[in-house]
Design a binder for this molecule. Structure first.
Ligand code: HEC
Ligand code: HEC
Length: 701
């Protein structure tokens, strides 16, 4: 399949569509009775037409014709009714532009709804006198044989491929554990079909729509909503995608016509509930491989541990420990599936990894050959782990957060024994409605108080979890914004900056005073990782993030003492190579700012990295062809996540290739920006995140 970059104009349209999608949810006619007929018409239009034709009716160039001031409608207003009831396909010309796509039949809508939305189109969008009544719709229905098949159409440029690749990442849950829930009003399915659909849903859809389909980035897909929309509508959306960010799974070639049909039926059934994972399950999964008393009492190897890298080997379910000085592999260790991050205890002795499957592995770096000493599974799907860093609690505790079940658990640091599980289910920050699945995103250990700072995605709340007295746990709840994701410290390690990526905001927590100090508007879908800190020649200390949806690198002032005017404001926006960026990076000893773009659909951009000179940001960036330097042959060869060595004079990149292809790590000299080493040992399968021990312990980024 050919992947093209979305144009700026389209990207803007996508932005508008996405924000509308959330605004419109509460207006859907099927849920709430609107007050007047006018409002009913507009609400029905927003619910059933705007996903494609856009809220304003302006359409989307090349994909969906305009309904506003349409000469096609003016010529024959009755034909619009025909289009809604029977669908429309084949070549048409609207206002001089040709379209050749498929509009699904919407004959499942109530007569009154169709009349109301058409009247909105006639009156508000076209200034025509034509009006429809429910009776007219009912009469027209009789003459129409049935709907055209919406699964035969042309592709349209739906969502940003970068966002789809990122948010659509598979969940680690399988259908095996779920029970089929048959729902009245839903099209029938066999148990096998249900199981297959559940698998596809967890693989392809849950990342955006949530395991329970309550909605996250994607809209809620619960039976009350999906049954009202009907199979044809659902099929069309899954098949063609929508400008609001729904990928085109059918026309994009990722699902067959039968699978699209299967998913459309599945969505009308009650979502299967995955099992809970409480203390019993955690204890059963908990293994201490080397008891604390049998472990070394001093470092038993000669490695310079400060400069060791823990490298995620994503698809092989392993991490590689690499000696940064000699560039030799120390050990390859079997871990959970697709390790998301490594975190290091305060002393630098213990490395904690967490897989997407919720498995934590604890590695003791003091052993002659560093190895795993304990493991536990804290949920079915997870992303975050952290250790206690406050004075007096160093190396004592660990915490991990789960996506499913929605909870976090505090553990004994050296043994991983689970001590306390806390559920994050609760009310959302904006509408204060119950959310059954608020996933735990980034967690950091405070340096100011004995606290873990826990981001809860769907409720939009930041929890300050005081671990000084676990039996009488105190949690301070801060209101931020939905959907909290990733973040990092400012250079003083007092302020925690974290992205709320669907609200397109950065929340700032003062960890010393335990309160929010800022909520900053930024551009579409910030993805900071931990972000990057440096001293800007003009604005003083700043923290920066790149973005998934565009080429912007946003710099925020972080010094309320000496640069109060700039504090918690966007002081500058740089433009990198393009969207699809995951990480930016610099180091206190460097004046380079590196920006990756691994999810950019353009190969050249995904396979290279941009580097800015911090002292001359206006000069723009230099592009280094990192993947080309690795010389690996075939494959996507995405260049991802710059990470510094302990001294801050080398930058390491992963060249992330397919599982059966060759991958590598590329080391660049930070001063000269020249190639220093390529690590292409065959055991380095799909390397992604790299965590230098010194930089991770000390939060240097
Ligand atoms: C899944 C996407 C989708 C949805 C939802 C959708 N349409 Fe369309 N519509 C299209 C496409 C695609 C065409 C062009 C069809 C062609 O090329 O033959 C179209 C064409 C039309 C046209 C004729 C061309 C024009 O612009 O005047 C009208 C009228 C129309 N749609 C009305 C509606 C109304 C009213 C609704 C809501 C009930 C609706 N559409 C919902 C995709 C959609
Ligand atoms: C990259 C994120 C993403 C992924 C992955 C994704 N969706 Fe969506 N989906 C969205 C967004 C965003 C919307 C809202 C689109 C809009 O309003 O135009 C949406 C809308 C929908 C709708 C229409 C709902 C409505 O009320 O109009 C359906 C149906 C749907 N998705 C099904 C699926 C299925 C099935 C899958 C998996 C095969 C899936 N989605 C995967 C983001 C995603």
């Amino acid at each position: 399949m050919k992947r093209t970059l979305i144009s700026t104009a389209l990207a803007i349209a996508l932005g508008a569509g996405a924000s509308f999608a959330f605004a419109a949810e509460s207006d859907v006619v099927n849920e709430r009775a609107p007050k007047t007929e006018d409002q009913a018409g507009e609400a029905a239009y927003l619910a059933h037409c705007a996903a494609c034709h856009q809220p304003t009716g302006a359409g989307l160039a090349g994909a969906f014709p305009p309904l506003k001031d349409s000469d096609w409608i003016k010529k024959d207003p009755q034909a619009a009714l025909q289009a809604v009831l029977a669908g429309l396909s084949g070549k048409i010309t609207v206002n001089g532009n040709d379209y050749n796509a498929v509009m699904p039949a919407m004959s499942h809508l109530a007569d009154a709804d169709i009349a109301a939305l058409l009247n909105h189109v006639m009156d508000d969008l076209n200034d025509l006198d034509t009006r429809f009544t429910a009776d007219q719709v009912a009469a027209a229905r009789k003459d129409i044989a049935g709907a055209s098949d919406p699964a035969q159409g042309e592709a349209h440029p739906g969502t940003s491929q970068a966002e789809a690749a990122y948010k659509g990442a598979p969940s680690s849950m399988a259908a095996g554990d779920m029970k089929m829930v048959r729902s009245p009003g839903a099209p029938d399915m066999t148990e096998e079909e249900f199981a297959q659909a559940t698998d596809i849903f967890f693989q392809r859809c849950a990342g955006c729509h949530g395991v329970l389909r309550k909605g996250a980035t994607g809209k809620p897909l619960t039976p009350d909503l999906t049954q009202a929309k009907g199979t044809d509508y659902l099929k069309a959306l899954i098949n063609f995608g929508s400008p609001g960010g729904m990928p085109n799974f059918g026309t994009g070639g990722e699902l067959t016509i039968d699978q699209v049909d299967l998913m459309a039926r599945f969505l009308q059934h009650t979502p299967p509930n995955p099992p809970e994972w409480g203390m019993t399950e955690m204890r059963e999964s908990w293994k201490v491989l080397v008891p604390v008393e049998d472990r070394p009492t001093r470092k038993m190897n000669k490695y310079n541990l400060e400069n060791v890298f823990s490298v995620t080997l994503r698809d092989s379910g392993e991490i590689a420990l690499i000696d940064g000085d000699t560039k030799e592999i120390i050990n390859i260790i079997k871990t959970g599936y697709a390790v998301h991050i490594s975190r290091v205890s305060h002393s630098g002795r213990y490395v904690y990894t967490i897989g997407r499957d919720g498995k934590i592995d604890l590695i003791d770096m003091w052993m002659a050959k560093p190895e795993r000493v304990a493991e536990i599974k804290i949920g079915l799907e997870a992303r975050s782990v952290e250790t206690s860093k406050y004075k007096g609690f160093e190396d004592k505790l660990a915490i991990a957060g789960a996506y499913w079940p929605p909870q976090f658990v505090i553990m004994d640091g050296p043994s991983l024994e689970p001590m306390k599980i806390v559920s994050t289910r609760g009310m959302t920050v904006d509408t204060q409605e119950y959310h059954p699945e608020p996933r735990v995103a980034a967690i950091v250990g405070s340096h100011q108080h004995p606290e873990f700072i826990v981001n809860v995605k769907e409720t939009g709340r930041i929890l300050l979890v005081d671990y000084s007295d676990i039996d009488n746990l105190r949690i301070t709840t801060l209101d931020a914004a939905r959907f909290l994701h990733d973040g990092g410290w400012d250079v003083t390690k007092r302020y925690f900056l974290t992205a709320a990526n669907q609200s397109d905001k950065i929340a700032v927590v003062d960890s010393k005073e335990q309160r929010m100090v800022g909520l900053i508007d930024v551009d579409k879908i910030p993805h900071p990782g931990r972000g990057a800190n440096f001293v800007h020649p003009e604005f003083g200390p700043v923290w920066g993030t790149s973005a998934l949806g565009n080429d912007k690198i946003t710099l925020i002032g972080t010094d309320p003492e000496k640069h109060a005017d700039n504090a918690w404001k966007v002081v500058e926006v740089l433009h990198g190579q393009g969207g699809g960026s995951l990480f930016i990076k610099t180091h206190p000893k460097s004046r380079n700012l590196w920006v990756d773009t691994p999810l950019n659909p353009d190969e050249k951009v995904a396979q290279s990295v941009a580097v800015f000179n911090i002292d001359d940001l206006d000069a723009g960036y230099e592009v280094l062809p990192i993947a080309e330097w690795a010389n690996l042959g075939e494959g996507p060869k995405r260049v991802v996540q710059p990470e510094y060595n302990a001294a801050g004079d080398e930058v390491w990149f992963s060249v992330w290739n397919g599982k059966d292809q060759r991958s590598a790590l590329v080391v660049v000299d930070d001063k000269t920006r020249k190639l220093k080493a390529v690590l292409d040992d065959a055991r380095l399968v799909t390397p992604t995140g790299k965590f230098n021990i010194n930089n991770t312990v000390n939060d240097v980024y």
